[in-house]
Structures are given as structure tokens and as C-alpha cells.
Design a protein around this ligand. Structure first.
Ligand SMILES: [Zn+2]
Length: 348
């Protein structure tokens, strides 16, 4: 499986009359340069690096500041731009029926047409968050603080130890400022491979975020559920999302996966496997999330299958189906709500 790269992003969020916070990420670890132009004037450099966050305590009311993130080749034009004060939303997004909400990740007021409020659609105009990302943070907030706060208003609680499994950068950088939180990867440092955990990570976390990860981990998936319990402190919890069906059981696409590789043959991806018992298998019509060749779908969970998997691993499961339109969290016909999976206090 390859790492899915994220889109370059830049946000400029006023935090007072004469101050704004500028955050950016080139998305692929390459260097970026942040320039600002005041009222259409010449651009000056204000930030450097692949990703970062700076404060701009020099903005003044009545001026328009345009921030631009450039990559290695400036001639290519900006990778992303942002304005303070915020540009007027385009007419298409202000038409009657558009949902007006405060993004609970970047705190900006934004508008989205109802048909664009979908689980995987980057609907916040400022930070690109999706319903899934906003619901993960809302669910985390309710579980930790008993109410849904925008991420910028979370109290700082450095004694709370958390981690994400390849979390979205847009909320990971903000969680780092609130908690002893680490975004982890299965294939690079800081490493946390939920299929093969390090003994040092046992009972380490108060919370873990596993958002759309478990449908991609190698079988048998029971190992990942078991490890999820093991890395949590007793009483700790996971904010867990996967797409799931209402079928009787989870559908494993490749139950006998053992030694396998994925190759591209004539524009089509093919998975070749030699099972534990030595049987050769070949699969096509592979489903990838994040584009062809990105992350392979190993299974389609069902709600009942999830209940069994959590129970067998010593975790309780609670579905969080709350709609929060004030934060741009509404659910369509195929919701796949966030789940709170809590480690039982006395589990074996
Ligand atoms: Zn946002």
C-alpha cells in the first residue's frame, strides 16, 4: 500500500482585529514559501517550510491580505491561496438552501450547497475538511469534554495521551497543540502498525483515532481489533470510522491473504497471492480508496460484524449518529457514522 498524499493547503484565520493565524502544508513534504500581498501590492515572504503555522500580528482592519503558498517552482503559480478578510463565498454557495456553519476544525464560517455535504467531500472552503473529519473531532470532543467544542476551543490538556493512525493533517496539527498527541504511520516514523504493535505502546493511550483505516489493514483483521484494545489504557477509547453496511456480516475480499503483491497489468491492477497453504490466487476488479493504486479495500464491514469484532476484542461499541448542522455535520442515506470503542476496565 502506498501513502496517500494530501492536497496542498493554506488557511488564514483571523483570531482578533489585528491578528491572524496562517497554517500551510505542501502535502508531500516538499518545501513551500508563504507570501503575502496587502491590497494588491507586491508580495513579501512571511513563511518557509513544508508545513507550518505562523501568527500575523500585523494585519489591519480595512485592508485585504492575500496569502499564497508557492512550491519549488514559482512559475507554476500558487499551490493554494487564502484571504483575510475571507473572500465572499461564490454565488453558487450562497444560494438559498446553502448550509451556513462554523467548521469545528478551522473555526471559519463557511457555506456549502446541501448536495456537497457528503461524508468524503472537502466541504469547508477554508480548510477542506469533510463531514467525516468534522465528525471525528466532534465525537472526540463529546467523549472528552461532554460537549462539542470547535477544536481551537478545546482546553489544553497535555496529560491526555492520544494518537492517530495516519490522521488527516488538518486536524492532527491542531490536536498536537492540545494534547500529548502523535500522528503515527504504519510504514514510517512515528510508527504504529496496528497489525504489529510495539510492546512499548501497550496501555499507552487515552484515545486513539482510527479513521477509515481498518478496511485497509491486512487480514486477519481480528489482530488489529485486539491490538486496538491493547494500546488503549483501561477505560481509554478509540474514535473509529469505517464505511459499513447493514449486511449480516463483514465481507472479506481476500481472506487467505499471505504472500501477495499488487501489480499493474495493461492499466488494470491485479493482486496475486500465495495462501498459507500454498494455493495461488489472482484477483482483479480491486477497489482502491483515494484513487487507483492508492489504498486497497480489503473488506466491507457490516454493523453487526463490527459489533462482534469489538466485543470479541474486549471493547464496547457505540455508534454516534448525531447530526450537528451548526458544524456542517449532516448525514445522507449511506452514513457510516463514527463509533466510540471503549476498552472495558476489566478486560482479559
Ligand atoms: Zn474548516
Amino acid at each position: 500500500m502506498k501513502q496517500t498524499l494530501i492536497e496542498p493547503s493554506l488557511s488564514a484565520i483571523p483570531t482578533g482585529d489585528s491578528i491572524a493565524v496562517i497554517s500551510w502544508d505542501t502535502g508531500d513534504g516538499s518545501n513551500g514559501e508563504i507570501y503575502v500581498s496587502q491590497d494588491g501590492g507586491p508580495e513579501s515572504l512571511v513563511g518557509l517550510g513544508p508545513a507550518g503555522r505562523i501568527e500575523a500580528p500585523w494585519i489591519s482592519r480595512g485592508s485585504v491580505y492575500r496569502f499564497a503558498l508557492y512550491g519549488a517552482d514559482r512559475a507554476f503559480g500558487p499551490l493554494a491561496t487564502a484571504e483575510v478578510p475571507e473572500e465572499e463565498p461564490p454565488a453558487s454557495q450562497r444560494r438559498p438552501g446553502a448550509l451556513r456553519y462554523r467548521c469545528n476544525i478551522c473555526s471559519r464560517i463557511t457555506f456549502t450547497a446541501p448536495e456537497d455535504i457528503a461524508r468524503e467531500h472537502p466541504s469547508c472552503r477554508a480548510c477542506g475538511s469533510t463531514v467525516r473529519f468534522r465528525s471525528v473531532i466532534a465525537t472526540l470532543s463529546r467523549e472528552l469534554f461532554g460537549r462539542v467544542l470547535p477544536l481551537d476551543e478545546f482546553p489544553e490538556r497535555p496529560e491526555i495521551v492520544g494518537a492517530g493512525l495516519s490522521d488527516w493533517y488538518g486536524y492532527a496539527i491542531r490536536l498536537e497543540r492540545k494534547f500529548d498527541y502523535t500522528n503515527t504511520y504504519y510504514h514510517q516514523e512515528p510508527r504504529l502498525d496496528i497489525c504489529d504493535i510495539n510492546p512499548a505502546d501497550e496501555e499507552r493511550f487515552d484515545f486513539l483515532i482510527a479513521s477509515d483505516v481498518f478496511e485497509h489493514v491486512n487480514p486477519p483483521v481480528e489482530v488489529a481489533f485486539e491490538n486496538l484494545r491493547r494500546v488503549l489504557k483501561p477505560g481509554g477509547f478509540a474514535v473509529f470510522t469505517v464505511p459499513y453496511s447493514q449486511d449480516e456480516s463483514t465481507r472479506e475480499h481476500f481472506p487467505d491473504l499471505h504472500r501477495f503483491d499488487i501489480s499493474e497489468v495493461g492499466g488494470e491492477y491485479v493482486l496475486k497471492n500465495i495462501s498459507r497453504s500454498g494455493v495461488f490466487q489472482r484477483f482483479d476488479n480491486l477497489v482502491f480508496h483515494g484513487g487507483p493504486g492508492a489504498t486497497l479495500e480489503m473488506r466491507v464491514f457490516s454493523e453487526k460484524g463490527l459489533e462482534r469484532a469489538f466485543r470479541n476484542a474486549g471493547l464496547s461499541m457505540r455508534i454516534c449518529s448525531e447530526a450537528l448542522p451548526e458544524f456542517g455535520i449532516t448525514w445522507g442515506t449511506y452514513p457510516a457514522f463514527p463509533i466510540i470503542a471503549r476498552r472495558l476496565q476489566q478486560s482479559t
